[in-house]
Design a protein around this ligand. Structure first.
Ligand code: SF4
Ligand code: SF4
Length: 107
């Protein structure tokens, strides 16, 4: 089980959550952040600091954002488990689910 970042983070990525994570498992893509499913220790520290309520425990992920579970997991298919986001820095890609979205935050 893990925490998941969902659509509200897309094009926001203010990174408030990164500072709270004790294991540095929140990685930066181009348009949103992704939580590493194997590195996350389920502490829940990131969830309350997100200003747009983008972070959910896997079981509590709202139905309309169910694709984002897959997005957070598959984002790491090629990366594997780097063991720390800060040393990796920004990753120049997004999961296809995210890349396909129109610019967010304008409505
Ligand atoms: S639940 Fe804890 S370990 Fe997992 S991403 Fe959030 S702050 Fe990091
Ligand atoms: S705090 Fe929320 S909006 Fe900000 S980067 Fe983290 S998940 Fe995205």
């Amino acid at each position: 089980m893990t925490y998941v970042i969902a659509q509200p983070c897309v094009d926001v990525l203010d990174k408030a959550c990164i500072e709270e994570c004790p294991v540095d498992c929140i990685y930066e893509g181009k348009r949103m952040l992704y939580i590493h499913p194997d590195e996350c220790v389920d502490c829940g520290a990131c969830e309350p600091v997100c200003p747009v309520e983008a972070i959910y425990y896997e079981d509590d992920l709202p139905e309309q954002w169910s694709d984002f579970y897959k997005a957070n997991v598959e984002f790491f298919d090629e990366l594997g488990s780097p063991g720390g986001a800060s040393k990796v820095g920004q990753i120049d890609k997004d999961h296809a689910v995210v890349a396909a979205l129109p610019p967010q935050g304008e409505e």
